[in-house]
Every structure is written in C-alpha cells, then in structure tokens.
Design a protein around this ligand. Structure first.
Ligand SMILES: Cc1cc2nc3c(=O)[nH]c(=O)nc-3n(C[C@H](O)[C@H](O)[C@H](O)COP(=O)(O)OP(=O)(O)OC[C@H]3O[C@@H](n4cnc5c(N)ncnc54)[C@H](O)[C@@H]3O)c2cc1C
Length: 375
C-alpha cells in the first residue's frame, strides 16, 4: 500500500508514524522544516499523552491539575476548574522534530520545501510544486487550518475561524497553574490564557474572531500577569499564533482522500485544542490498515471508526451553541457560574468535559445553577 501525506505538522507526522508499519509513506511539507510556523500552546490531556506514546514524555514542559477561571468584570471571585488527571504542557516544535526523526528512522520519506498544489481524490494522485505527479493508493490531507485542499476537494465547505495570538514572556513566574480570563473586553467569542512554562517563563495567549488581538493581549498581560502576579521586569521573547477552526467537523473522506486534524476542522470547540482528535484519528487509521488489504476496506473501516469521535465533537459544538444561545457568550456563562456561587468544578476528562461524578457537591451545585438559569 502506498500512502501520500500532505503536511508535516503534528497530524501528518503522527499519522505517518502510525501507518508506516503497513504501508510505504511519503510526506510532503511545504516549508523547509516540519511543524512550522509555530502556533500551538501545547496543552494535552494525560490520555492523549499516553496515546501518543513514550517519545513525547521527553518534551513535557509542565503539568497541571487545575485551572483558575477569572471573569474580567468580577475581580474578586474566580472559579477553580480541577482535573482528575493531569493536563500536560508539551514543547510542540520539539515533538514534531522527534516525530520526524522517528518517521525517517523507520523508513518513511519526508520531502521538505515541497508544496502539494493539487489532488485527484479518485486516483489518489497528487501534484507537487505544480509539476511533479505522484500516484498513491490513499492520500492523507493534514494541511492544517487553512484547509485549502479540503475546501477545493469537498472535504469541507466553509470553515469559520478564531485567530489566536500568543507570547512567551520572560518574568519570574509566580503562577503554578494556568489562568483563563473571560470577559467581552478580553475576547468576545473565546478567552485569554496565562500558562506557566517554568520558573522564568509564561505563555500569554488570546483567541477571538476580532482582529485587534495585540492590544487585548497586552491588556491581559498588564492587568493580570504584571499587576496581579508579578511586578518585576518582563520581556517578550517571541510572538506566535494562528487559526483555530471553529466549524463542526468536515467530511473525513472523499474517495481516496482522507482528512486529518485541522484540515477537516477537528478541534474541540470549547478549548480550541486539536491534538486530541489527531491522536485518535491516527490510532483509528492504524487500526483500519491493520489486517486489511484493499483500499476500499481501509477507507470504509476508517469512516466507521471515526464516527464516534465526530459525534463527540459535534456534541461539544451543540453544548457551545446552547450555552451561547442561553447566555449570549461563553464569557457570560462563566460569569453566571461564578455569580451563582459555584467556585469549583472537577472534570474527570479534559477532552470530553465529563464532570467527575465522585465530586457530588460540584454536581449538585452545577445542576441547581443550570436549572435556575432555565427557569
Ligand atoms: C493559538 C493556538 C493555540 C492552540 N493551543 C492548543 C493546545 O493547547 N492544545 C491543542 O491540542 N491544540 C491547540 N491548538 C490547535 C493545534 O495547534 C492544532 O489543532 C494542530 O496544530 C493541528 O495540527 P495539524 O497537523 O492538523 O496542522 P498544522 O500543525 O497546522 O500542520 C499543517 C502542516 O501542513 C503544511 N502544509 C499546509 N499546506 C500544505 C501543502 N499544500 N503542501 C505541503 N504542506 C502543506 C503546513 O506547512 C504545516 O506544517 C492551538 C492552536 C492555536 C492557533
């Protein structure tokens, strides 16, 4: 079986690694390095860390078992979001370098500086740099959020995006877990975040649909990081960011073209995280290749397997929609929860937002609060 993979981000690289045992894989990355441009914070659940495997444990920068949620208009209150298992901060560029090395050690071929310019999904044919034709049995599209190929070849119709901007700030870090800041002055559609990397560095980030991210990010950094948690010298080491797809998942397969990750809008709509879906899509593709000999069978098996993941993400979209219909925005919802006296919620699962049933107090308070909001 011959597979062509478009994109050397975490999606393309990890899928390649998972299916390399069962096929000859060639990956095409338009830049001269993998994982470029850097855009991700790198927060993943323990389950995803375990799924991706041992190699990436070397690139864990920090881990947390709670977040503090703040609302900009409620300065003296907050909500603790606790997790029954750790959330890990990974060094994304290093993870991609590691995956790339592993792919090549196992005989996979990575072509850098080669852009896939068109695809024929019925023939699994790709054209690279407008001239080089390559035929495969299956093509995996992991081109990321811009989804140009996905939109051209009917995996996705229209995709909505948020813009995310982040900065690594050097300061003496006083935070021991992430702070998530809500409020319409911060972000109308999403939120801002402060994530401690180590004793001397913090990531400050913000996502929204508006374009004026920079002044808003500076507002958060000044108000929360500098005034509230650290008044000493700070310096900005780097800025980075990118697009976060916010549409419901696209079609996963068109003929012999299979979409993975941001290319088919597989992000969690409540947090913007995309590595969760990629880890599962790669595992499902591997399972579909294992013991299967025909292209059709692999594709049908994959389509069946991925349905559960799609349903899960679609439910999260419905939840987000219901909350924004009822409360106007996620910020107003968080403000409402804070106002109603719930000060702590424990989640059993960071990816599917399941409330930990052993924390019965949280649940009673939460249910009461939601019932009151409906009445
Ligand atoms: C601000 C921000 C913060 C985030 N934080 C988190 C987080 O904490 N946790 C989390 O799980 N997710 C997070 N995400 C989302 C996460 O970064 C993405 O879901 C993930 O990077 C998607 O991986 P991917 O491989 O699908 O796409 P990408 O990582 O974008 O990789 C796509 C690759 O394809 C290449 N490419 C594109 N077109 C072509 C072509 N035609 N030919 C050849 N190569 C091509 C690109 O150069 C790129 O290298 C965040 C995103 C943003 C923007």
């Amino acid at each position: 079986m011959k597979v062509g993979v478009i994109g050397g981000g975490i999606g393309g690289l990890y899928v390649t690694l998972k299916i390399i045992k069962y096929s000859d894989v060639e990956l095409f990355e338009e830049h001269n390095v993998v994982g470029y441009p850097k855009h991700c914070t790198g927060l993943i659940s323990e389950k995803v860390l375990n799924l991706i495997g041992n190699g990436i444990r070397d690139y864990v920068l920090n881990r947390f078992n709670m977040y503090t949620l703040i609302h900009d208009l409620r300065p003296n209150k907050h909500l603790e979001l606790k997790f029954s298992s750790y959330v890990y901060l990974i060094d994304r560029p290093k993870v991609e370098e590691r995956l790339s090395d592993e792919v090549q050690d196992r005989g996979g071929v990575i072509h850098l500086g080669m852009k896939v310019t068109s695809v024929d999904p019925s023939e699994a044919l790709i054209i690279v740099n407008d001239s080089l034709r390559r035929n495969y049995d299956i093509v995996v599209n992991a081109e990321g959020a811009k989804a140009h190929i996905s939109r051209t070849y009917n995996l996705c119709s229209e995709v909505n995006y948020l813009l995310g901007l982040q900065a690594v700030i050097k300061c003496r870090n006083e935070l021991d877990h992430p702070y998530v800041i809500f409020g319409s002055d911060v972000s109308r559609e999403f939120f801002s975040w402060l994530v401690p990397i180590d004793d001397d560095h913090v990531i400050a980030g913000l996502a929204d649909s508006s374009r004026d991210l920079y002044p808003k990010l500076m507002y958060v950094v000044r108000k929360y990081l500098i005034r509230r948690y650290w008044s000493g010298p700070t310096s900005f080491k780097e800025f980075f960011g990118g697009l976060i797809p916010m549409s419901t998942p696209c079609r996963q397969v068109v003929e012999r073209l299979v979409g993975v990750g941001d290319a088919v809008s597989m992000t969690k709509p409540l947090s913007g995280g995309g590595i969760y879906a990629i880890a599962h899509q790669a595992r499902m593709l591997e399972e579909s290749f294992r013991g299967t000999s025909t292209i059709d069978e692999i594709i049908r098996r994959y389509e069946r397997r991925v349905l559960k993941l799609i349903t899960n993400l679609k439910l999260q979209h419905i939840l987000r929609k219901l909350l924004t219909m009822k409360f106007n925005s996620m910020s107003d919802f968080v403000g409402y929860v804070i106002d109603s006296g719930v000060n702590s919620i424990t989640l059993a699962d960071y990816d599917t937002y399941v409330v930990d049933v052993s924390r019965i107090n949280d649940i009673f308070k939460l249910i009461k609060m939601l019932l009151l909001s409906i009445i």
